[in-house]
Ligand binder design. Structure first.
Ligand SMILES: NC(=O)C1=CN([C@@H]2O[C@H](COP(=O)(O)OP(=O)(O)OC[C@H]3O[C@@H](n4cnc5c(N)ncnc54)[C@H](OP(=O)(O)O)[C@@H]3O)[C@@H](O)[C@H]2O)[C@@H](O)CC1
Ligand SMILES: [K+]
Length: 503
């Protein structure tokens, strides 16, 4: 399923109208009807006892909500009030026409034009047990203030079941950030497909359940570049094992990492790799730190190195490398190691402190390198010499531009994780907030490492890797709860996840 920018969505609206020979009013009519039907499918509403308030803005999102209102009215829903928020001079043509149609049907319409109306607004909302809001859609272009702020605040104070049209009002369509305040919906009915703002940053905390409605948008000349990853997209990428195989067929993988106080990180990566199917999994650790290791997992080999020759020896027969978990930033040796790794033809996943060394060696990256980097927003900001706030504002461009510039895959971790391969972006949105816990990233690194070692293409290793990580994380959250789950719990549920995925 593709993910659109707001600009692309608007262009497709226009294109569809032109190609089908319909007006944007007619397209709004289709949207309104589909939204109305979707509401009734999702929520049982009694025409006599339920109290519905529909809150409309002056733009076309409001227009959609007014069409919905008309359908309720025509189907004899008795307790229906409509509140129009904003200056009537700003009504779009389509919204103006739909308002007129409601007036002709004697709908109960109220106007929230200034602060004086707030008390009445509160009263109306208090009575409602269902709110449908179309204050702002993807046309939101600045912070929410004044009566708009009050309108949204009122909705959030009420206990009514809240339905947002296209996107909860106050969420920015292109980055999912809250513009001062945003509706907290129970259900969001998204028109045509996900827009970027339906997925990133604050989106998940405001949308509630998401439903998509098809309004017949035409995409015949549109080449999508952004996609939402779904379970079906990764299902066939992992094959059943053949009998006539041995451990080297599943890859011998190596995690390079560990330093004082951070020995758990490479262990989690190496162990997650084993649980994800690697034939052999080793840790390369600087000899100085050897005494700090307590070998908790007997299946993992520990390979100390002191000099370059010893390190080269360890690399033999390895299929893939993870560079960075718990590596620290105190020594220069990792520079030499990474410099060497960039010269040999091995897939490599770079995470955590490894990214700090990688930044210094960016000029040595070659097109033929198979590199995956797995930064979170803070690490992406470090790589781009900017702030996390800037990355939040436009994570898609940050990941895309970095991937394009260095011909590497950027797996940018967040509430929705992005995987950028040049100009193509995959959104992955299945995890849960319990996964924001120490070592969770090391586990992801280990899973991706394992899949690279099993010779999946780097892009597929990322797609499958984030999916295994989140699905295992969701199982961990189910049993341990989001507060208590820890990174090793995610590893614990990799087996169950893989059993489901490879059938
Ligand atoms: N064919 C169609 O037309 C179809 C349309 N569709 C629907 O249209 C929606 C997009 O509609 P839209 O572009 O009219 O903008 P919308 O989201 O309603 O915003 C309203 C206006 O508010 C203003 N404004 C912005 N920020 C503000 C702020 N902070 N505080 C105060 N005012 C602010 C700004 O106007 P401005 O003041 O900048 O002139 C903006 O234009 C889309 O989400 C979908 O629901 C679909 O049904 C498909 C068919
Ligand atoms: K809305």
């Amino acid at each position: 399923m593709e993910v659109l920018t707001t600009k692309e969505m608007k262009e497709l609206d226009r294109y569809t109208c032109k190609k089908k020979g319909i007006s944007s009013l007619e397209l709004m009519e289709i949207a309104g009807e589909k939204i109305y039907k979707c509401i009734l499918k999702e929520k049982e509403i009694d025409p006599v006892t339920d109290k519905i308030v529909i809150i409309s803005g002056t733009g076309n999102n409001g227009g959609d909500s007014l069409v919905v209102a008309r359908h309720f009215l025509e189907e004899n829903y008795k307790n229906l009030e409509i509140i129009l928020v904003g200056n009537l001079d700003h009504l779009t043509e389509e919204t103006k026409i739909n308002l007129k149609k409601l007036k002709e049907r004697n709908a109960r319409i109220y106007y929230f034009k200034n602060y004086d109306f707030y008390k009445d607004y509160e009263k109306l909302i208090k009575k409602a047990n269902i709110i449908i809001e179309g204050i702002f859609g993807i046309g939101l272009n600045r912070d929410v203030e004044g009566i708009y702020y009050q309108a949204i605040d009122g909705i959030n104070r009420s206990e009514a079941y809240t339905i947002s049209i296209d996107i909860p009002s106050g969420i920015r369509g292109d980055n999912g950030l809250i513009a001062g305040i945003a509706v907290k919906a129970d259900l969001s009915i998204i028109i045509h497909t996900y827009k970027v703002g339906n997925l990133l940053n604050d989106a998940k905390d405001s949308h509630g359940k998401c439903k998509i409605v098809d309004i017949g948008i035409l995409e015949d000349v549109f080449i999508p570049k952004q996609f939402l990853l779904q379970e079906k997209d990764i299902k066939n990428l992992l094959k059943k094992r053949r009998h006539n195989t041995h451990k080297y067929d599943y890859g011998s993988v190596l995690t390079i990492g560990g330093s004082i106080g951070m020995m758990g990180a490479p262990f989690m990566s190496a162990y997650a790799a084993l649980r994800s199917g690697s034939g052999l999994s080793s840790i390369a650790v600087y000899e100085k730190y050897l005494d700090l290791i307590y070998p908790i997992y007997p299946e993992i080999m520990i390979r100390p190195y002191r000099k370059k020759e010893e390190f080269l020896e360890i690399l033999q027969k390895k299929e893939a490398i993870a560079f960075g978990p718990g590596l620290g930033r105190k020594s220069d040796f990792p520079f030499y190691i990474l410099e060497h790794l960039l010269k040999v033809d091995l897939p490599i996943v770079i995470d955590a402190d490894g990214l700090y060394y990688f930044k210094e060696l960016l000029n040595k990256v070659k097109k033929e390198n198979k590199i995956v980097i797995t930064p979170h927003y803070g690490e992406m900001a470090m790589l781009l010499d900017t702030t996390s706030e800037n990355i939040k504002r436009d994570p898609v461009s940050a990941a895309k531009e970095f991937s394009e510039k260095y011909s590497i895959i950027v797996l940018l971790k967040g509430t929705t994780t992005l995987i950028a391969q040049q100009d193509k972006i995959y959104f992955h949105s299945l995890g849960n907030p319990g996964m924001a816990t120490a070592g969770s990233g090391d586990v992801l690194t280990g899973i991706v490492l394992s899949l690279l070692g099993q010779r999946l293409k780097p892009i597929d290793a990322c797609k499958v890797g984030v999916s295994i990580h989140s699905l295992a994380g969701n199982l961990a959250a189910k049993e341990m709860g989001q507060y208590s789950m820890i990174a090793t719990d995610i590893i614990k549920y990799i087996p169950k996840t893989l059993k489901e995925l490879v059938k």
